[in-house]
Design a protein around this ligand. Structure first.
Ligand code: COI
Length: 356
Protein backbone atom coordinates (compact mmCIF):
# COMPACT_ATOMS: atom_id res chain seq x y z
CA UNK A 1 0.00 0.00 0.00
CA UNK A 2 1.34 3.40 -0.97
CA UNK A 3 1.68 6.22 1.52
CA UNK A 4 0.57 9.02 -0.80
CA UNK A 5 1.38 12.56 0.36
CA UNK A 6 -1.19 15.10 -0.73
CA UNK A 7 -0.62 18.77 -1.47
CA UNK A 8 -3.89 20.42 -2.40
CA UNK A 9 -3.87 23.32 -4.84
CA UNK A 10 -4.41 26.75 -3.34
CA UNK A 11 -5.43 28.06 -6.73
CA UNK A 12 -8.24 25.87 -8.12
CA UNK A 13 -9.18 26.40 -11.76
CA UNK A 14 -12.76 26.92 -12.87
CA UNK A 15 -14.39 23.58 -13.73
CA UNK A 16 -15.84 23.65 -17.27
CA UNK A 17 -19.60 24.14 -17.29
CA UNK A 18 -22.27 22.55 -19.45
CA UNK A 19 -21.59 25.05 -22.25
CA UNK A 20 -18.03 23.71 -22.72
CA UNK A 21 -17.83 21.20 -25.59
CA UNK A 22 -14.93 19.35 -23.86
CA UNK A 23 -12.75 18.86 -26.90
CA UNK A 24 -10.71 15.71 -26.24
CA UNK A 25 -7.48 16.19 -24.27
CA UNK A 26 -7.48 19.98 -23.99
CA UNK A 27 -8.37 20.68 -20.34
CA UNK A 28 -6.59 19.30 -17.28
CA UNK A 29 -7.75 19.08 -13.67
CA UNK A 30 -6.22 20.70 -10.58
CA UNK A 31 -3.95 17.85 -9.45
CA UNK A 32 -1.61 15.15 -10.70
CA UNK A 33 -0.07 12.01 -9.21
CA UNK A 34 3.71 11.49 -9.31
CA UNK A 35 5.95 8.69 -8.09
CA UNK A 36 9.68 8.37 -8.78
CA UNK A 37 11.76 5.31 -9.48
CA UNK A 38 15.39 5.09 -8.48
CA UNK A 39 17.36 1.92 -9.24
CA UNK A 40 18.17 0.20 -5.96
CA UNK A 41 15.29 1.92 -4.14
CA UNK A 42 12.31 1.03 -6.33
CA UNK A 43 9.23 3.25 -6.73
CA UNK A 44 9.40 5.97 -4.08
CA UNK A 45 7.77 9.17 -2.89
CA UNK A 46 4.20 8.80 -4.19
CA UNK A 47 2.48 12.17 -4.06
CA UNK A 48 -0.44 14.16 -5.36
CA UNK A 49 0.45 17.75 -6.12
CA UNK A 50 -1.13 20.66 -8.01
CA UNK A 51 -1.06 20.14 -11.82
CA UNK A 52 2.14 21.90 -12.91
CA UNK A 53 5.03 21.90 -15.40
CA UNK A 54 7.93 19.48 -14.94
CA UNK A 55 11.52 20.58 -14.72
CA UNK A 56 13.82 18.25 -16.67
CA UNK A 57 17.34 18.55 -18.03
CA UNK A 58 17.63 18.80 -21.83
CA UNK A 59 19.68 15.58 -21.64
CA UNK A 60 16.80 13.65 -20.04
CA UNK A 61 16.67 10.29 -21.78
CA UNK A 62 13.00 10.31 -22.73
CA UNK A 63 13.65 13.29 -25.02
CA UNK A 64 16.23 11.36 -27.00
CA UNK A 65 15.24 7.72 -27.15
CA UNK A 66 11.55 7.80 -26.32
CA UNK A 67 11.57 5.35 -23.40
CA UNK A 68 7.98 6.17 -22.50
CA UNK A 69 4.71 4.32 -21.98
CA UNK A 70 1.16 5.43 -21.35
CA UNK A 71 -2.31 4.13 -20.64
CA UNK A 72 -5.79 5.53 -21.07
CA UNK A 73 -8.91 4.78 -19.05
CA UNK A 74 -11.96 6.70 -17.92
CA UNK A 75 -13.89 7.58 -14.75
CA UNK A 76 -17.65 8.19 -14.66
CA UNK A 77 -20.25 9.18 -12.08
CA UNK A 78 -23.37 7.09 -11.66
CA UNK A 79 -26.79 8.51 -10.78
CA UNK A 80 -25.98 8.27 -7.06
CA UNK A 81 -22.81 10.29 -7.54
CA UNK A 82 -20.50 7.30 -7.04
CA UNK A 83 -17.27 7.23 -9.07
CA UNK A 84 -16.86 4.25 -11.41
CA UNK A 85 -13.79 2.99 -13.27
CA UNK A 86 -14.16 0.61 -16.22
CA UNK A 87 -11.99 -2.53 -16.00
CA UNK A 88 -8.92 -0.76 -14.55
CA UNK A 89 -7.28 -4.15 -13.86
CA UNK A 90 -6.96 -4.61 -17.64
CA UNK A 91 -5.14 -1.31 -18.12
CA UNK A 92 -2.87 -2.03 -15.18
CA UNK A 93 -1.98 -5.46 -16.53
CA UNK A 94 -1.31 -4.04 -19.99
CA UNK A 95 0.79 -1.21 -18.47
CA UNK A 96 3.09 -3.76 -16.90
CA UNK A 97 3.31 -5.74 -20.16
CA UNK A 98 4.37 -2.51 -21.87
CA UNK A 99 6.83 -1.78 -19.07
CA UNK A 100 8.43 -5.20 -19.47
CA UNK A 101 8.75 -4.69 -23.22
CA UNK A 102 10.50 -1.32 -23.01
CA UNK A 103 12.61 -2.05 -19.91
CA UNK A 104 10.67 0.17 -17.50
CA UNK A 105 10.31 -1.25 -13.97
CA UNK A 106 6.83 -2.66 -13.34
CA UNK A 107 4.44 -1.23 -10.76
CA UNK A 108 2.58 -3.32 -8.17
CA UNK A 109 -0.98 -3.61 -9.53
CA UNK A 110 -2.52 -2.73 -6.12
CA UNK A 111 -0.33 0.40 -5.91
CA UNK A 112 -1.30 1.41 -9.44
CA UNK A 113 -5.00 0.99 -8.63
CA UNK A 114 -4.63 2.92 -5.37
CA UNK A 115 -2.93 5.80 -7.22
CA UNK A 116 -5.73 5.86 -9.83
CA UNK A 117 -8.42 5.91 -7.16
CA UNK A 118 -6.74 8.60 -5.04
CA UNK A 119 -6.12 11.05 -7.88
CA UNK A 120 -9.65 10.59 -9.25
CA UNK A 121 -11.12 11.15 -5.77
CA UNK A 122 -9.17 14.38 -5.27
CA UNK A 123 -10.48 15.80 -8.55
CA UNK A 124 -13.88 14.10 -8.57
CA UNK A 125 -15.68 17.42 -9.02
CA UNK A 126 -14.13 17.44 -12.53
CA UNK A 127 -15.95 14.28 -13.66
CA UNK A 128 -18.44 15.55 -16.24
CA UNK A 129 -21.86 13.94 -16.32
CA UNK A 130 -23.43 15.08 -19.59
CA UNK A 131 -24.13 12.29 -22.10
CA UNK A 132 -20.99 11.32 -24.02
CA UNK A 133 -18.59 12.84 -21.46
CA UNK A 134 -16.20 11.31 -18.91
CA UNK A 135 -12.96 11.98 -17.06
CA UNK A 136 -10.11 10.61 -19.16
CA UNK A 137 -7.26 9.25 -17.04
CA UNK A 138 -3.79 9.28 -18.56
CA UNK A 139 -1.15 7.37 -16.57
CA UNK A 140 2.33 7.50 -18.11
CA UNK A 141 5.98 6.83 -17.32
CA UNK A 142 9.07 8.61 -18.63
CA UNK A 143 12.78 7.78 -18.41
CA UNK A 144 14.52 10.58 -16.50
CA UNK A 145 18.27 9.87 -16.39
CA UNK A 146 20.23 12.86 -17.71
CA UNK A 147 22.37 10.75 -20.05
CA UNK A 148 22.95 10.43 -23.77
CA UNK A 149 24.07 6.79 -24.02
CA UNK A 150 21.54 4.24 -25.24
CA UNK A 151 20.46 1.93 -22.40
CA UNK A 152 17.42 1.69 -20.10
CA UNK A 153 17.25 4.60 -17.68
CA UNK A 154 17.95 4.09 -13.96
CA UNK A 155 15.35 6.65 -12.95
CA UNK A 156 11.72 7.21 -14.02
CA UNK A 157 8.66 9.26 -13.21
CA UNK A 158 5.22 7.68 -13.13
CA UNK A 159 2.50 10.29 -13.45
CA UNK A 160 -1.27 10.35 -13.74
CA UNK A 161 -3.06 13.34 -15.21
CA UNK A 162 -6.80 13.80 -15.72
CA UNK A 163 -8.82 15.48 -18.44
CA UNK A 164 -12.59 15.94 -18.70
CA UNK A 165 -13.51 14.86 -22.23
CA UNK A 166 -16.30 14.57 -24.75
CA UNK A 167 -16.17 12.45 -27.90
CA UNK A 168 -12.70 11.62 -29.27
CA UNK A 169 -13.73 12.31 -32.86
CA UNK A 170 -15.43 15.56 -33.82
CA UNK A 171 -17.87 13.28 -35.72
CA UNK A 172 -19.15 11.92 -32.35
CA UNK A 173 -21.14 8.76 -33.09
CA UNK A 174 -21.45 9.64 -36.76
CA UNK A 175 -19.45 7.24 -38.92
CA UNK A 176 -15.79 8.12 -39.52
CA UNK A 177 -13.95 7.78 -42.82
CA UNK A 178 -10.89 5.55 -42.71
CA UNK A 179 -7.87 5.32 -44.96
CA UNK A 180 -6.19 1.92 -45.45
CA UNK A 181 -2.48 2.66 -45.56
CA UNK A 182 -0.35 0.56 -47.91
CA UNK A 183 2.89 2.55 -47.97
CA UNK A 184 3.87 3.15 -44.34
CA UNK A 185 3.57 0.57 -41.55
CA UNK A 186 2.86 1.11 -37.86
CA UNK A 187 4.48 -1.97 -36.34
CA UNK A 188 5.92 -5.39 -37.05
CA UNK A 189 5.84 -8.60 -35.07
CA UNK A 190 8.62 -8.49 -32.48
CA UNK A 191 8.49 -4.69 -32.44
CA UNK A 192 6.46 -2.48 -30.12
CA UNK A 193 3.03 -2.83 -31.71
CA UNK A 194 1.36 -4.62 -28.81
CA UNK A 195 2.85 -2.22 -26.25
CA UNK A 196 1.26 1.11 -25.40
CA UNK A 197 4.40 3.12 -26.06
CA UNK A 198 4.47 6.65 -27.43
CA UNK A 199 6.82 5.37 -30.14
CA UNK A 200 3.91 3.59 -31.88
CA UNK A 201 2.01 6.82 -32.16
CA UNK A 202 4.83 8.83 -33.69
CA UNK A 203 5.26 6.00 -36.20
CA UNK A 204 1.67 6.61 -37.25
CA UNK A 205 1.79 10.35 -37.86
CA UNK A 206 3.09 10.52 -41.41
CA UNK A 207 0.28 8.37 -42.73
CA UNK A 208 -2.23 10.19 -40.56
CA UNK A 209 -1.30 13.48 -42.18
CA UNK A 210 -1.62 11.83 -45.59
CA UNK A 211 -5.06 10.47 -44.70
CA UNK A 212 -6.23 13.83 -43.28
CA UNK A 213 -5.09 15.63 -46.40
CA UNK A 214 -7.25 13.26 -48.41
CA UNK A 215 -10.28 13.89 -46.15
CA UNK A 216 -10.08 10.75 -43.98
CA UNK A 217 -10.00 10.93 -40.20
CA UNK A 218 -7.95 7.84 -39.30
CA UNK A 219 -5.54 5.32 -40.76
CA UNK A 220 -6.20 1.58 -40.84
CA UNK A 221 -2.87 -0.24 -40.72
CA UNK A 222 -1.95 -3.32 -42.68
CA UNK A 223 0.57 -5.92 -41.48
CA UNK A 224 4.18 -4.84 -41.88
CA UNK A 225 5.31 -7.88 -43.90
CA UNK A 226 2.79 -8.59 -46.64
CA UNK A 227 0.82 -5.29 -46.38
CA UNK A 228 -2.22 -7.45 -46.85
CA UNK A 229 -3.86 -8.16 -43.50
CA UNK A 230 -5.77 -5.63 -41.44
CA UNK A 231 -4.21 -4.77 -38.06
CA UNK A 232 -5.69 -1.76 -36.20
CA UNK A 233 -6.40 1.93 -36.47
CA UNK A 234 -3.82 3.23 -33.97
CA UNK A 235 -6.31 4.99 -31.70
CA UNK A 236 -8.72 2.02 -32.05
CA UNK A 237 -9.00 -1.70 -32.76
CA UNK A 238 -11.26 -2.65 -35.66
CA UNK A 239 -14.25 -4.96 -36.05
CA UNK A 240 -16.29 -6.15 -39.02
CA UNK A 241 -19.65 -7.84 -39.25
CA UNK A 242 -19.45 -10.11 -42.25
CA UNK A 243 -22.39 -12.33 -43.16
CA UNK A 244 -23.77 -12.29 -39.62
CA UNK A 245 -20.43 -13.06 -37.92
CA UNK A 246 -18.27 -10.67 -35.92
CA UNK A 247 -14.69 -10.69 -37.18
CA UNK A 248 -11.67 -8.88 -35.73
CA UNK A 249 -7.94 -9.28 -36.42
CA UNK A 250 -6.38 -11.78 -34.01
CA UNK A 251 -3.78 -10.36 -31.62
CA UNK A 252 -0.55 -11.24 -33.36
CA UNK A 253 2.13 -9.31 -31.51
CA UNK A 254 1.83 -6.10 -33.50
CA UNK A 255 -1.74 -5.16 -32.50
CA UNK A 256 -2.63 -3.38 -29.25
CA UNK A 257 -4.77 -5.61 -27.00
CA UNK A 258 -7.54 -3.06 -26.43
CA UNK A 259 -9.72 -3.19 -23.33
CA UNK A 260 -12.77 -2.08 -25.32
CA UNK A 261 -11.85 -4.65 -28.01
CA UNK A 262 -11.90 -7.43 -25.42
CA UNK A 263 -15.14 -6.10 -23.92
CA UNK A 264 -16.86 -6.09 -27.35
CA UNK A 265 -15.75 -9.67 -28.00
CA UNK A 266 -17.04 -10.79 -24.61
CA UNK A 267 -20.38 -8.97 -25.03
CA UNK A 268 -20.98 -10.35 -28.53
CA UNK A 269 -20.25 -13.88 -27.28
CA UNK A 270 -22.59 -13.34 -24.31
CA UNK A 271 -25.26 -12.30 -26.81
CA UNK A 272 -24.77 -15.63 -28.60
CA UNK A 273 -22.97 -14.23 -31.61
CA UNK A 274 -20.11 -15.97 -33.33
CA UNK A 275 -16.88 -13.98 -32.98
CA UNK A 276 -13.83 -14.85 -35.05
CA UNK A 277 -10.41 -13.53 -34.06
CA UNK A 278 -8.35 -14.25 -37.14
CA UNK A 279 -6.45 -12.78 -40.06
CA UNK A 280 -8.62 -10.51 -42.22
CA UNK A 281 -7.24 -9.27 -45.51
CA UNK A 282 -8.22 -5.98 -47.09
CA UNK A 283 -9.16 -8.02 -50.20
CA UNK A 284 -11.63 -10.06 -48.15
CA UNK A 285 -13.33 -6.87 -47.00
CA UNK A 286 -13.60 -5.46 -50.48
CA UNK A 287 -15.04 -8.76 -51.75
CA UNK A 288 -17.51 -8.88 -48.86
CA UNK A 289 -18.55 -5.32 -49.67
CA UNK A 290 -19.04 -6.24 -53.31
CA UNK A 291 -21.16 -9.28 -52.59
CA UNK A 292 -23.18 -7.42 -49.98
CA UNK A 293 -22.03 -9.37 -46.89
CA UNK A 294 -20.02 -6.58 -45.23
CA UNK A 295 -22.74 -5.44 -42.87
CA UNK A 296 -20.93 -3.21 -40.37
CA UNK A 297 -17.49 -1.83 -39.55
CA UNK A 298 -16.61 -0.16 -36.27
CA UNK A 299 -13.58 0.80 -34.21
CA UNK A 300 -13.17 0.34 -30.47
CA UNK A 301 -10.98 2.19 -28.00
CA UNK A 302 -11.07 3.82 -24.58
CA UNK A 303 -11.07 7.30 -26.02
CA UNK A 304 -13.33 6.50 -28.99
CA UNK A 305 -15.53 3.86 -27.20
CA UNK A 306 -17.33 2.37 -30.25
CA UNK A 307 -16.94 4.38 -33.40
CA UNK A 308 -18.81 3.38 -36.55
CA UNK A 309 -16.87 3.44 -39.79
CA UNK A 310 -18.78 4.74 -42.81
CA UNK A 311 -16.09 4.61 -45.51
CA UNK A 312 -12.90 2.66 -46.14
CA UNK A 313 -10.47 3.87 -48.79
CA UNK A 314 -7.69 1.81 -50.31
CA UNK A 315 -5.75 3.11 -53.28
CA UNK A 316 -8.28 4.72 -55.56
CA UNK A 317 -11.28 2.82 -54.26
CA UNK A 318 -13.56 4.29 -51.62
CA UNK A 319 -15.85 1.72 -50.09
CA UNK A 320 -19.08 2.91 -48.54
CA UNK A 321 -20.07 0.57 -45.70
CA UNK A 322 -23.69 -0.58 -45.89
CA UNK A 323 -25.83 2.58 -45.98
CA UNK A 324 -23.09 4.76 -44.44
CA UNK A 325 -24.95 5.12 -41.11
CA UNK A 326 -24.37 3.57 -37.68
CA UNK A 327 -25.07 -0.17 -37.69
CA UNK A 328 -27.46 -1.94 -35.32
CA UNK A 329 -24.71 -3.96 -33.61
CA UNK A 330 -22.34 -0.97 -33.32
CA UNK A 331 -25.14 1.01 -31.68
CA UNK A 332 -25.98 -1.85 -29.31
CA UNK A 333 -22.32 -2.21 -28.30
CA UNK A 334 -21.99 1.54 -27.77
CA UNK A 335 -25.18 1.69 -25.68
CA UNK A 336 -24.21 -1.34 -23.61
CA UNK A 337 -20.60 -0.35 -22.96
CA UNK A 338 -21.47 3.24 -22.05
CA UNK A 339 -24.46 1.95 -20.04
CA UNK A 340 -22.13 -0.27 -17.98
CA UNK A 341 -19.52 2.48 -17.69
CA UNK A 342 -22.12 4.88 -16.31
CA UNK A 343 -23.57 2.29 -13.94
CA UNK A 344 -26.94 2.33 -15.72
CA UNK A 345 -26.59 -1.29 -16.85
CA UNK A 346 -25.26 -4.32 -15.05
CA UNK A 347 -22.06 -5.59 -16.70
CA UNK A 348 -20.19 -8.84 -16.25
CA UNK A 349 -18.55 -9.33 -12.85
CA UNK A 350 -15.65 -6.93 -12.19
CA UNK A 351 -16.14 -4.58 -15.14
CA UNK A 352 -17.23 -1.64 -12.99
CA UNK A 353 -15.03 -0.69 -10.06
CA UNK A 354 -16.46 1.76 -7.52
CA UNK A 355 -13.99 4.29 -6.14
CA UNK A 356 -14.67 4.86 -2.44
C1 COI B 1 -7.15 5.55 -25.78
O1 COI B 1 -8.13 5.15 -26.39
O2 COI B 1 -7.16 5.73 -24.56
C2 COI B 1 -5.90 5.81 -26.45
O3 COI B 1 -4.89 5.70 -25.83
C3 COI B 1 -5.93 6.25 -27.84
C4 COI B 1 -5.35 7.56 -27.96
C5 COI B 1 -4.03 7.67 -28.47
C6 COI B 1 -6.09 8.74 -27.58
Amino acid sequence: MLNIKIEQTTNPKPIPGAENPLVFGTIFTDHMFIMDYVAGQGWIDPRIIPYQPLELMPSTMVFHYGQEMFEGLKAYKNDEGKILLFRPDRNIERANTTNERICIPTIEPEDFLQALKEIVKIDEAWIPTRPGTSLYIRPFIIATDAFLGVRPSNTYKFMIILSPVGAYYPEGLNPVKIWIEDEYVRAVKGGLGEAKAGANYVASMKAQVKAHDAGYSQVLWLDGVERKYIEEVGAMNIFFKIDGKVVTPALNGSILPGVTRQSCIELCRLWGMEVEERKVSADELFEAAQNGTLEEVWGTGTAAVVSPVGNLRKGDVDLKIADGGIGVLSQRLYDTITGIQLGKMEGPEGWSVIVE
